[in-house]
Design a protein around this ligand. Structure first.
Ligand SMILES: O=c1[nH]c(=O)c2[nH]c(=O)[nH]c2[nH]1
Length: 299
């Protein structure tokens, strides 16, 4: 049977680094995991065992180390862009470099009310993310082009009331009772793209996170779907540089435990926390695009 290589990509995953900025007495600590993936003219490595154009993934790892020493890696977007540009600018056969960075946050310890200069706690599940794809220029002398998607994942949020779910579609399999008072728990993943380079990558990241959290708590939620849309829309309203935002909000159910066999009531106080199975609610919200707007208009 004749066959051909259809797609390929290769790279180094989970290159982990921790960097201490010790220029001042108060240390800064940054911990990242970087994935590098290259695309380009690598077919011969698969089809002919020819490694002459294969940059070792070990070299990619070393490049991450060297760049992390010389640059400020905690500005994720600039670090990803510089790293990706290095590969497409230095190797003609590399057409795209995808750089994915995940930052694990560490919070400075506060001891007796005083921020500690060099001790941190790392218990949060939250991660900051950045995914940059840098494309080689088509003409000599031009700069590489690229797309950057920023985000966060693992931001766990819960509210004990101000959430309900009612007036939903029912059929012969529906057993879910309607409620106007339930627990709303989720682990948020957000990804967004900018229409312009923001003045302050870290500042806008912090503001977007604060808006998402504020809107989650702000008012009664008639469904995960409606709250997700409000959270995303609030980011677009407040931050003109954000073009589109995608939110994934699993509905991590807290089921009311039936205590009636024990002659006990349960007025929304005792719940069974569970994450399997969970509702899976996700949507992208963008600035109005007239042509596409009709795609969703079934009326
Ligand atoms: O906010 C919700 N959206 C749903 O689509 C859904 N489905 C479900 O069983 N519970 C919920 N809650």
């Amino acid at each position: 049977m004749p066959h051909q290589l259809w797609t390929q990509s290769y790279g180094k995953s989970r290159v982990r680094i921790a960097k201490v900025d010790r220029d001042a007495d108060v240390h800064q600590y940054t911990e990242l995991s970087v994935d590098v993936e290259l695309d380009g003219d690598f077919d011969a490595a698969y089809t002919q065992g020819d490694n002459s154009l294969v940059l070792p993934t070990d070299t990619m790892k070393n490049t991450v180390y060297a760049f992390a020493r010389e640059l400020d890696p905690c500005e994720l977007e600039t670090f990803a862009w510089t790293l990706g540009s290095h590969f497409v600018e230095n190797f003609d056969h590399v057409s795209h470099a995808a750089i994915k960075i995940t930052q694990t946050p560490w919070q400075r310890l506060v001891i007796d009310g005083e921020p500690h200069p060099h001790a941190f706690s790392g218990s949060s599940t939250e991660r900051q993310t950045c995914h940059a794809v840098i494309t080689a220029p088509t003409k000599d002398g031009e700069d590489p082009e690229g797309a950057i998607e920023c985000g966060l994942e693992g931001l766990t949020l819960l509210k004990t009331t101000d959430s309900g779910f009612s007036k939903f579609l029912k059929d012969e399999y529906t057993t879910l009772p309607e409620t106007d008072d339930r627990i709303f728990a989720t682990t948020l993943t957000a990804k967004w793209v900018y229409n312009d380079t923001p003045d302050d990558w870290r500042g806008i990241r912090d503001r977007i996170r604060a808006i998402l959290i504020r809107e989650f708590a702000a008012r009664f939620s008639p469904s995960v779907q409606a709250t997700l849309f409000e959270m995303a829309a609030a980011v677009l309203d407040a931050e003109p540089a954000v073009e589109e935002i995608n939110l994934a909000m699993p509905n991590l159910h807290r089921h009311l435990i039936n205590l009636s066999p024990f002659d006990l009531d349960n007025p929304n106080v005792l719940f069974l926390p569970t994450d399997e199975p969970h509702g899976n609610i996700t949507a992208s919200v963008c600035r109005e695009r007239p042509e596409e707007a009709h795609a969703h208009d079934h009326g």
